[in-house]
Design a protein around this ligand. Structure first.
Ligand code: MRU
Length: 382
């Protein structure tokens, strides 16, 4: 396929606003989020002063993506503690804000445990709040480190699987610095390939219905100066058939103990296409996304989103927060029912490899994943 269809990423401005940050103005601590519902039209920040505001930001996807949800959840608990709210109540609300990304519950639990442990020892709520904040900051830092190691490990795997270089990578949803303490998961691998001069093209699925690919991966790819091209999700089949995809790289919201991968809806069809066309299908995720307590794919709770996300289109520059329905432009007859799962599950036999900060697992088996998680626990404990 000729490159006249390709949009070259020429906007190489760095992303200047972090996806999340903790601030302590005189009025009291706040959590500041880059509002992802407004990108790429506007870089607008949203300030949360309590857990309910953060829960709303999580549900409306102002803050989103598995690793960042974990970080946000941990800071949310710290925020409740620092402002003197009921920490357990906040933790329950935050942990249940979205069900599929296991990182959210993990992040919340980590800060809540730090709070409880310190309070049990010192009996001092102020010290306990500091412990919760320290736990959130540590998780944020660890996620950045994990991201760098996943990028390194993922690029090594790509180079091994595709020794010719000039990688043409297809990705889905958004997995870059907008979802991470660092440069992300799957996107960080593509970025590493770009920096090494080995990325020929990043194919970006638009990711219906909320367009995380078009809006957010496009935004990040442009800022990184990557050669990227946007396609509608349903154009992926013909792209594979034309021999234009060397590898698929996606992130994950939860990986069950058997290696089943829940990720943004549309990932499973890509895995089926990849298998048919003999293309590697690679999942990149931190170890915190592996959930040993979820035995298999059928046990993963899939979030169902409101139908108006499918029956209406909304321009990102038109804020819809608080509106009764979506407030968008209808594209289906009034009253049309919609099927709108936010995620789907890819069985392990369709996954070529899972890349984590602790190394890659291939073939993907329950035993190999369990061993990787055990290794990670040893590293964390020692
Ligand atoms: O509904 P979202 O936008 O939160 O979904 C995000 C994804 O599906 C990502 O691919 C996943 O969280 C992995 S991010 C590293």
């Amino acid at each position: 396929m000729a490159d006249q269809y390709a949009q070259s990423g020429e906007d190489s401005r760095p992303t200047e606003i972090p996806a999340i940050r903790w601030e302590e103005p005189p009025e009291g601590p706040v959590l500041v989020l880059l509002d992802q519902t407004r990108l790429p039209a506007e870089e607008v920040e949203r300030v949360c002063t309590d857990a309910p505001a953060l829960v709303e930001a999580i549900r409306s996807l102002a803050v989103r993506g598995a690793p960042l949800l974990g970080i946000a959840g941990a800071y949310g608990v710290a925020l409740a503690a620092a402002r003197g709210f009921d920490v357990d109540e906040a933790a329950t609300a935050l942990g249940g804000a979205r069900p599929t990304a296991v990182n959210l519950a993990v992040g919340v639990r980590r800060a809540q445990t730090a709070y409880r442990t310190e309070f049990a020892t010192s009996g001092d709520a102020g010290q306990a709040a500091s412990a919760a904040l320290a736990a959130a900051r540590q998780l944020h830092k660890e996620d950045a480190e994990a991201s760098a190691r996943m990028a390194e490990c993922g690029l090594a795997l790509l180079d091994e699987l595709l020794p010719g270089g000039g990688h043409r990578i297809l990705t889905h949803c958004n997995t870059g610095s907008l979802v991470s303490g660092g440069e992300g998961t799957a996107f960080a691998v593509a970025l590493a390939a770009h920096r090494a001069g080995r990325l020929r093209r990043l194919w970006v699925d638009e990711t219906r219905p909320l367009l995380q690919g078009a809006r957010l991966t496009g935004y990040e790819a442009a800022r990184s100066g990557m050669a990227y091209t946007l396609l509608t999700d349903n154009a992926a089949g013909s792209l594979f058939a034309a021999g234009e995809v060397d590898a698929v790289l996606i992130g994950a919201d939860r990986i069950a103990a058997d290696g089943s991968v829940a990720n943004k809806v549309g990932s499973y069809p890509l895995a089926v296409l990849a298998r048919y066309h003999h293309v590697p299908f690679i999942v990149v995720a931190p170890v915190t996304t592996v959930d040993p307590d979820t035995p298999d794919g059928a046990s993963i709770e899939i979030e169902q989103r409101p139908g108006h996300e499918v029956t209406e289109v909304t321009a990102p520059q038109v804020p819809v927060a608080g509106a009764e329905a979506g407030g968008g432009i209808p594209v289906a007859p009034l009253g049309t029912q919609a099927y709108n799962p936010a995620f789907d599950v890819t069985p392990p036999e369709l996954v070529t490899a899972i890349v984590t900060e602790e190394g890659a697992v291939s073939p993907v088996t329950a035993e190999a994943l369990a061993e990787l998680c055990a290794r990670s626990r040893q590293v964390t404990i020692s």
